[in-house]
Design a protein around this ligand. Structure first.
Ligand code: ADP
Ligand code: MG
Length: 680
């Protein structure tokens, strides 16, 4: 079977070199991948309605007999209309097709068809323009709709999939062991694949989906468990004592209980037999930097160097400033290494690292370029880890001689999902904000109210306060989405001419970004118009209003993070979500933000409303690419799969038993794309 699954696309009937290229555009490279190229949605033809009962303007399927052959009607040059009358026995329906002579041959008088289209006309005279149709006796009840690309139509994809099935033997090997399939009532693989592409009924479609979602969750979870259990190295950077109390004494504030707990959990790891592998999950503003600093301090006191890696230069700078102020007077020395450090400075930093004179190195990915050598690197911390994937984590561990690893994430994720996404890590949660934080008032408005919002901004600016405005685009692109450049221009020229406006986006040079942030932090800019680059970690307490354009474009968790940029000082803060896409779903989602400030609750609600697909699909977590994201799947399946994975893994950790070999292959295949081999 493996060979068939790996078979090149061109060996499938109807696929030549050209078409194979188009399929590759869709990410399909082999027969196996084509079978796993699940439909994006379905057209249900299984439930035709009587013509008269269909509400006008709705898309529907009717079953009707052709009363006469299509009549040709030349309206003007190049424009021919074909008219057909059909009946369901009770009422008639007029169909029209433009410039489509084929219907004359395809629609036979006296024969029955299913027609699918939008019902229009009046109550008495029903019409449909250019409906799709199928002979009633041959109609597949539910038809797949695939993601398409130019030159590759839905029909072509469906027929390629059909031809691939023709090549499959009746019996194919199923990675899910039979006993598990039985206890979970899962369809066998072949049947599931058939039903996901060409469902015989809604019920079978649901069963197929459940089986395939289950399988993917199972494989993912097994991979995570495999990574966690894999090669538990010896702890070569064992802390001999816990110096955290001394560190807490250095802070200008009292640490929260949650901060203390996270620090002591991490210290316990670092004192234990294996290297630490821990995630600290904490809402924006929960004080993760202080937790990181505490660990760097303790490591340094035990003669161990630390590296703290941030996803952006801006954040690295901010961490550097915080750590320097926390560590002042302790004799512990920190350095900042980013891409924009001069060559001479860089040499000096590297020299101090090698000699051990510098104990804490802060920076971006540049931290791990080849020429960076530590004298004794034993702790690696990555901040906002959703930008770093599973594979990078593993690479880091290997490069550093298996140092302790702490990842910090500000994206609260419901516990069930966290287990799946960060299954290779222990988890600490900062579920408590430092005291005195204010609730950020959150409003949803449409663009008609924008001018009033500007008045509100100006009032605050007049009092010396500052604002952020977030736009999804950098420059104008012809769409109706807001762009940073255009927006800033209009603010300066017409909307708020008195305000000092600055811009920030990812295409600016690091030096430019730094200059803008510095001057914003110094209060020389009133309004910072930015893309989501300010999303992670930037801290300006004097900024009190966050206005987000095209708010419907973002996930709730991301909006929550953006909102966390304000409310960092003593002033009351506000978040204004601007959206014209105020349909029911969008509004419901945005209102959740308005009513809650608990990141974990928001994530939970998002999960309930949109299913886990978004969390897996966002590609933020560095997970291997999943197909499930498109299929959503529900939480029950996720839990069942999780449990099954745990059982299998407990019984047979290396997945060596014959009935687990298929799963082992699937796990290795899933993770191979991110450069990992989980089970040798
Ligand atoms: P995040 O978890 O979002 O990274 P930060 O570490 O940036 O949060 O902390 C946010 C702000 O709260 C910083 O100004 C920090 O100095 C402050 N802070 C952190 N812990 C406490 C605490 N226990 N009490 C008061 N302020 C704190
Ligand atoms: Mg932070």
């Amino acid at each position: 079977m493996a060979s068939l699954f790996e078979r090149r696309l061109q060996t499938i009937k109807g696929i030549g070199p050209k078409r194979a290229e188009l399929f590759e555009k869709l990410g399909v490279h082999s027969a196996g991948e084509l079978l796993r190229f699940y439909p994006r949605s379905y057209e249900d033809w299984s439930n035709p309605l009587p013509i008269l009962t269909v509400p006008l303007e709705s898309v529907c399927v009717v079953r009707a007999t052709v009363l006469h052959r299509p009549v040709e009607n030349r309206i003007r040059k190049g424009m021919t209309l074909y008219k057909v009358k059909v009946t369901d026995g009770v009422s008639d329906l007029s169909l029209t097709y433009f410039n489509n002579p084929y219907v004359q041959n395809l629609l036979e008088e006296g024969k029955e068809y299913l027609f699918r289209g939008k019902m229009s006309g009046t109550f008495l005279r029903r019409e449909m323009a250019a409906p799709d149709f199928l002979p009633a006796d041959k109609a597949a009840p539910i038809r797949p709709v695939y993601s398409q690309t130019e030159g590759l139509s839905n029909r072509m994809i469906a027929s390629a999939v059909r031809n691939t099935f023709a090549l499959l033997p009746e019996q194919i090997r199923d990675p899910i062991p039979e006993n598990l399939r039985e206890s979970q009532e899962l369809l066998p693989l072949r049947e599931a694949l058939e039903q996901i592409h060409f469902p015989a009924s809604q019920e079978l479609l649901q069963k197929a989906r459940r089986r395939l979602v289950f399988e993917e969750f199972l494989v993912l979870q097994l991979g995570m468990l495999g990574m966690k259990g894999r090669s538990r190295e010896e702890n070569r950077f064992r802390l001999s004592r816990d110096d955290s109390e001394a560190f807490f004494g250095l802070l200008p504030f009292t640490p929260t209980h949650a901060q203390r707990r996270a620090v002591s959990e991490a210290i316990a790891d670092m004192m234990g037999p294996y290297p630490m592998n821990r995630l600290v999950q904490g809402d924006v503003g929960s004080g993760k930097t202080a937790v990181a600093a505490a660990l760097c301090y303790c490591a340094a006191r035990s003669g161990i160097q630390s590296a703290l890696m941030a996803p952006t230069e801006l954040l690295a700078q901010q961490h550097y400033r915080s750590l320097c102020s926390f560590l002042e007077g302790t004799g512990i020395s920190a350095a900042l290494l980013t891409g924009s450090v001069t060559a001479a400075k860089r040499r000096e930093i590297l020299e101090n690292l090698r000699s051990g004179a510098t104990q804490v190195l802060i920076g971006t990915q540049a931290l791990f370029s080849d020429d960076v050598e530590f004298s004794r690197l034993g702790l690696v911390i990555t901040d906002e880890q959703h930008r770093f994937g599973v594979a990078q984590r593993a690479a880091l561990a290997a490069k550093g001689g298996h140092p302790h690893l702490l990842v910090m994430s500000a994206t609260p994720i419901p516990r069930t999902l966290a287990l799946m996404i960060y299954g290779d890590l222990e988890i600490s949660v900062l579920d408590e904000l430092p005291p005195g934080r204010q609730k950020i008032e959150t409003y949803v408005i449409d663009s008609a109210k924008r001018q009033r919002a500007f008045g509100y901004l100006q009032k605050h600016i007049d009092r010396g306060l500052q604002c952020y405005i977030i736009c999804p685009l950098i420059e104008e692109s012809g769409s109706d989405m807001a762009s940073v450049e255009q927006y800033a221009k209009r603010l300066r020229e017409e909307w708020m001419p008195r305000a000092r406006v600055g811009i920030l986006h990812g295409r600016m040079k690091p030096k430019e970004k730094e200059a803008v942030m510095t001057s914003f932090a110094a209060g020389e800019i009133d309004i910072l118009v930015s893309t989501t680059v300010v999303e992670v970690g930037v801290d300006v307490p004097n900024a009190v209003i966050m206005l987000i354009e095209n708010a419907e474009r973002y996930g709730l968790s991301q909006l929550h993070q953006l909102r966390g940029r304000v409310g960092r000082g003593t002033e009351k803060s506000t978040c204004i979500l601007v959206s014209d896409a105020q349909n029911g779903d969008t509004m419901r989602r945005l209102k959740i933000l308005a009513s809650s400030s608990d990141g974990f609750r928001i994530a939970d609600e998002d999960l309930k409303l949109r299913g886990p697909g978004d969390f897996f699909g966002s590609r933020q977590h560095g997970l291997p690419a999943l197909r499930i994201a498109d299929m959503a799947g529900n939480m029950d399946v996720l839990r069942d799969a999780q449990e099954a994975a745990r059982e299998i893994f407990t019984e047979d950790p290396p997945l060596m038993q014959p009935e687990h070999r298929g799963l082992r292959a699937e796990v290795n295949q899933l993770f191979s794309k991110s450069g990992e081999i989980i089970f040798n």
